[in-house]
Design a protein around this ligand. Structure first.
Ligand SMILES: N[C@H](CCC[C@H](N)C(=O)O)C(=O)O
Length: 319
């Protein structure tokens, strides 16, 4: 007799422009292991599950990986868990990447989290939340225009804390350090937003759309200089306040390929661009999934990210 199946509610929220053919708010029931019970198509960058009464995720990393599968699951870059707050925070957020690994933080995810809380939990009038994460306290606020503005905290620049084995090159930070990848020398700046990022502006005029991310991405992600692996951002400078990036995400690339957007990555990109003298502290960062506004404020050293988050459908998973 198989153990009684559990059901977990999820909400698929997209930070990218949702696929017009996606079911808007259609109910989707997915037996975890089997063929989807209903047609499912959406640019659902995050599926959000809400075990409000539990201080641990209600699906395992392996189940989360199945949920992220775009053929036999919901299809997402990661699964986020909304849990009761600790240390005085309103909520706690944990996330499993699509390979089942657990990162410290997710910028796009925290916008999805805020949308979930505000829209699904129907909190009247509350549009600013404190969220305990692996990167510390993060504060998203839903703006009157519907965009979500997030205080992402301070960037971490010390190599040991990123972590990277690359040596500091400028005021204890790893800025334009040389990194040999498959016989080619890249200049990289390393930044943590709670999770590790390796940012490169390439040699000469890098055209990010010409990159074969599935070939070069894993070589950065698994490079020996990054003991916890790394997210990698390839950046083109369009102006001193306009950047264009492509990202190969840790824990997502091999399962879902290059993702459409990365919020912590966009924050790391602006910090790196400022450290390298390439951009101002307030930039628009273009990603395949859409633009994000990023500001690394001088007065409090915090990075602020503003961008969309939209419910595309919700459902329950039998597992
Ligand atoms: N793959 C990332 C986690 C998701 C981050 C990204 N989706 C974002 O929006 O910040 C990591 O392993 O650090």
């Amino acid at each position: 007799m198989s153990p009684a199946a559990a059901t977990t509610t999820f909400v698929a929220i997209s930070i990218a422009v949702p696929n017009p053919t996606a079911p808007s708010r259609g109910r989707v029931r997915l037996p975890l292991g089997g063929v989807p019970a209903a047609p499912r198509r959406a640019v659902a960058s995050m599926a959000v599950s809400a075990p409000r009464d539990s201080s641990v995720p209600k699906v395992t990393p392996e189940e989360a990986a199945k949920l992220c599968d775009r053929n036999f699951g919901i299809g997402a870059d990661g699964v986020i868990f909304v849990m009761p707050g600790v240390n005085g925070a309103d909520y706690t957020m944990r996330i499993f990447n699509s390979d089942g690994s657990e990162p410290e933080m997710c910028g796009n995810g925290v916008r999805c989290f805020a949308r979930f809380i505000a829209e699904i939990e129907n909190l009247q009038g509350t549009n600013r939340f404190t969220i305990h994460t692996g990167a510390g306290k993060i504060v998203p606020e839903i703006q009157s225009d519907g965009q979500v503005k997030v205080d992402m905290g301070e960037p971490i620049l010390s190599g040991l804390d990123i972590p990277t084995k690359l040596l500091a090159t400028k005021n204890k930070a790893v800025v334009q350090a040389e990194l040999a990848v498959e016989g080619l020398t890249w200049h990289v700046t390393c930044v943590s937003m709670g999770n590790p990022h390796c940012v490169t502006f390439g040699a000469n005029e890098l055209k990010v759309d010409d990159l074969k991310l599935s070939e070069i991405g894993p070589k950065f992600e698994h490079h020996e200089m990054f003991p916890a692996r790394t997210n990698t951002e390839f950046v083109q400078v369009l102006s001193r306040s306009h950047l264009k990036m492509r990202v190969w995400e840790r824990g997502a690339g091999l399962t879902v390929g290059a993702t459409l957007a990365c919020g912590t990555g966009a924050c790391a990109v602006v910090v790196a661009a400022v450290l390298e003298g390439r951009a101002e502290r307030k930039c628009v960062v273009d990603l395949p999934g859409g633009p994000l506004e990023i500001e690394w404020r001088e007065d409090d050293n915090h990075v602020y990210m503003t961008g969309p988050a939209e419910v595309v459908f919700y459902g329950s998973v039998v597992h």
